[in-house]
Design a protein around this ligand. Structure first.
Ligand code: PLP
Length: 454
């Protein structure tokens, strides 16, 4: 019987050739560290709806959906029409335009914390701007973040993002920069209060889903407790809703959980899958970015530039996406598909007595192999118990995690970091095919001895 790896070399031979060519032109062969996978990454030729086709012609159910940005699937007719219409009119005016105002109005209408908005070029730029606004508005330098929470790749965001979380350095980032960032484990309120009481924290930034879109779930009421502590110690609360925005609910995780931050960072869905992002928040805080005729205020102005901020193409796609997301049936549909995947995969793992589990909330799922949570059943799992946050965070990048991804590619499914995000174009038939493929992969991994001793 051919192994998963050998079959991958055989069926994805053109991708392997592309990979060899890529490494001679693109450093490391990939354009996003998150796309690192062994033995080599798959290459795609086209996409439509909930599917992608590899360059070999394999049709794949796509659970990456533009790194989560395409909640309506690939080539949504409404978004495409809005973009085509805009392309004909021009894609950069080096000036204001109505589409950017309509875009901001839509965001402010739908996101609870959004009174005023500013656009950026990406999620990374959004978290950078949000931190700068918080620092400018409070006059304090400290940023507090949580272990494993991902806020893009800017200098202040990467400390404590990957295990070992206590490692205080990031290659290429000056230590002087990193000393302004404090990292704490999530769900530890006493530690958080002990740090906030010192009075130097401008903002607490967090993924309101828990680190890496529920990879490391938060304890019940943790969000509200963080909100209360930020109020008590005069720190700004930033929710990084780059993934959860417009996905957890029309108004994002803050709507789903009923906890409103001071500032919200967005990208992905907010820009309709185009490069772009947004920072929204309370008017008095956001106003530090505005020019002022008051010399005292102007002296404290926080700068922001960016050639592609609110470019007409992103504005056209983004406005349409945000408007369409106002219908909660969108998120409900995607959530329902994800529940079927999470519970179906857990049922398979239990039935085959495999040391793995699948968890998540809203419209995402994560797959881990090599351990079993103490609360595992053949059903949906929101918060795995008895496994460490480090184990959960690392699950996608391990050899077993990568092998799962390769195995699923052979079954016609492209998962994202051993998990995925659903979109409006996924169907019950896709769920059935995904589960059938997953069962095959579990059986093959078992046969290949991957679970021995686990
Ligand atoms: C929660 C979160 N914040 C920030 C970012 C960075 O966004 P971008 O890749 O657009 O820079 C991401 C990207 O996945 C993210 O998931």
């Amino acid at each position: 019987m051919t192994s998963i790896n050998d079959q991958y070399f055989d069926q994805y031979a053109a991708s392997n050739e592309m990979w060899e060519r890529s490494r001679k032109a693109i450093v490391g062969g990939i354009t996003h560290d998150g796309r690192h996978i062994k033995p080599f990454p798959p290459y795609m030729a086209k996409a439509d709806g909930g599917y992608k086709w590899s360059i070999e012609g394999h049709k794949l159910i796509d659970f990456c959906v533009g790194h989560g940005s395409l909640i309506f699937g690939h080539n949504d007719p409404d978004l495409t029409a809005a973009m085509v219409n805009q392309v004909a009119k021009g894609t950069h005016f080096s000036a204001g335009h109505e589409a950017e105002i309509r875009w901001a109005e839509a965001v402010n209408r739908i996101v609870p914390s959004a009174e005023l908005t500013r656009f950026t070029g990406s999620g990374t730029e959004s978290t950078l701007l949000a931190m700068r606004i918080a620092r400018g508005a409070t006059g304090k330098d400290g940023i507090l973040k949580f272990e494993g929470h991902f806020h893009g790749w800017q200098d202040y965001a990467l400390k404590g993002e990957k295990p070992p979380f206590e490692k205080g350095t990031v290659n290429g980032v000056p230590n002087e920069t990193l000393t302004t960032v404090s990292v704490l484990p999530a769900n530890e309120l006493a530690m958080l209060e002990e740090r906030l009481v010192q009075g130097d924290i401008a903002a607490v930034i967090m993924e309101p889903s828990g680190g890496s879109w529920t990879t490391m779930p938060l304890a019940a009421d943790f969000l509200q407790s963080v909100r209360d502590l930020c109020d008590k110690y005069d720190a700004i609360l930033i929710f990084d809703e780059v993934i959860t925005g417009f996905r957890w609910a029309p108004g994002g995780a803050q709507e789903r959980f009923g906890v409103t931050p001071d500032i919200t960072t967005m990208a992905k869905i907010v820009a309709g899958g185009m490069p772009g992002g947004a920072v929204s928040g309370k008017a008095d805080i956001m106003s530090v970015v505005a020019f002022s005729d008051d010399p005292a205020k102007q002296a404290k102005k926080v700068p922001q530039m960016g050639t592609y901020n609110a470019n007409p193409l992103a504005a056209a796609a983004g406005t349409k996406a945000v408007e369409k997301c106002a219908d909660p049936a969108v998120q409900q549909y995607c959530d329902d598909i994800a529940v079927k995947i999470r519970s179906g995969m857990n049922e398979i793992l239990v039935r085959h007595d495999a040391p793995g589990f699948v968890w998540g909330e809203s419209s995402v799922f994560h797959i881990a192999f090599g351990a079993r949570p103490t609360n595992m059943t053949a059903a949906d799992l929101a918060k795995p118990e008895g496994v460490s946050p480090e184990f959960l965070k690392k699950s996608g990048g391990t050899p077993l995690g990568m092998k799962t991804e390769i195995g699923m590619l052979l079954e016609g499914v492209h998962v994202f970091h051993s998990g995925g995000l659903t979109c409006l174009r996924h169907t019950d038939e896709d769920v059935a095919n995904t589960l059938q493929g997953f069962e095959t992969v579990v059986k093959r991994m078992k046969d290949e001895g991957d679970f021995a001793g686990k």
